[in-house]
Design a protein around this ligand. Structure first.
Ligand code: PHE
Length: 346
């Protein structure tokens, strides 16, 4: 029986067959186990005679089982390794990698230019109160300019008439900066703003960058030089021409709309050159002005001591102009093909 078992073990081709042989010999009802049980019924003398032989058989069988088992296991591993060779000379598959979004990119560019001019970057909350967004900017409850802002209001929870809102522009950061840090001030404040408006050139959320300078003896010349220097650096052209046009904002006096001369290249408007030249034109780019003395007062400063200028410009619009994009909504669709088209993906 032993020789038959050893032969079967040697012939086993699978781990299952080995297990079968183990049960047949060493299992509870296996023949080796049964032989061991007979020892119990023998007299001590008989047992001393028979036991070593049976123990030896058990050891031999179990050694054979273990040896065959590990041989089969390593053969299996060997086969697996032969099957799954890795070709290290193959080129690795391309992993898609992210890029900075055009809006973030432009905000970074803006910050870099203004930091070079000695400005700090300030921020304010997107959930703003009525006072910072309107009242302190010289728009009291009855001011008609409020209606033009298409404001998203939050429900007036405490019933005290102090409703919170999504800021409609970055101008409340002017107030926060003056209140918190006093004068002098030189800041830009980039960020998200919200208005209930949506078409090809308007999205309910968009981005602005606010600029504010408060110091002694600040005048319109400082405003013009700062914006001209900024626009030349941003559009990387020395021939950017500004046209200052009288306008109205409640928080600036006088208010100045800044137009920039453009030329038409491949059917597209590109900023640069004199807007009055043949084939050129003027594009309305941003709102600005000297900070209204009422606003300086609202923020707790003395308008006879401190003057300043402020401006606000759409970041998305700047990005569209610089990179030749034509649909604002595409900025917020997250379509990689669109980013790639404008050179924003590797
Ligand atoms: N806050 C104005 C707007 O959103 C822009 C602006 C900012 C105008 C600062 C003048 C001065 O339209």
């Amino acid at each position: 029986q032993k020789d038959a078992a050893l032969a079967a073990i040697a012939n086993a081709q699978t781990l299952d067959a080995i297990e079968e042989q183990r049960v047949a010999a060493l299992g509870k009802k296996g023949w080796v186990s049964l032989a061991l049980k007979t020892l119990g019924q023998m007299s001590p003398d008989e047992r001393q005679q028979a036991a070593p032989a049976i123990q030896a058989i058990r050891a031999e069988i179990s050694d054979a089982l273990m040896a065959k088992k590990s041989a089969l296991e390593s053969a299996e591993l060997e086969a697996q390794l032969a099957n799954e060779t890795v070709d290290l000379t193959l080129p690795a598959p391309q992993q898609p990698s992210g890029t900075v979004h055009p809006v973030s990119q432009v905000m970074d560019e803006l910050a870099e230019i203004f930091v070079d001019l000695g400005f700090a970057v300030a921020t304010g909350p997107e959930i703003e109160d009525d006072w910072h967004n309107f009242t302190a900017l010289n728009m009291d409850e009855s001011h008609p300019a409020r209606a033009m802002h298409d404001t998203f209001y939050f429900p007036d929870k405490d019933g005290e008439g102090r409703s919170m809102l999504l800021r409609t522009h970055t101008s409340p950061v002017q107030i926060r900066s003056m209140v918190e840090q006093g004068a002098p001030i030189r800041i830009i404040a980039p960020g998200r703003v919200y208005r209930s408006d949506s078409d090809a050139t308007h999205t309910p959320m968009f981005h602005q960058v606010e600029g504010l300078v408060i110091d002694k003896g600040i005048h319109l010349g400082h405003l013009k030089w700062t914006l001209e220097t900024f626009l030349k650096a941003f559009f990387e052209r020395d021939d950017i021409v500004l046209r200052l046009r009288p306008s109205y904002f409640p928080f600036t006096e006088p208010s100045v709309e800044i137009d920039v001369g453009f030329e038409v290249v491949d059917g597209r408007r590109v900023l640069g050159g004199d807007g009055d030249a043949p084939g050129h034109g003027w594009m309305e780019l941003l709102g600005s002005g000297m900070v209204n003395r009422r606003v300086i007062e609202f923020a707790g400063l003395d308008p006879d001591e401190w003057q300043g200028f402020a401006f606000g410009v759409g970041v998305d619009r700047l990005a569209m102009l610089k990179y030749g994009m034509d649909d604002l909504r595409a900025f917020f669709d997250g379509d990689v093909r669109w980013l790639q088209h404008y050179g924003f993906s590797p």
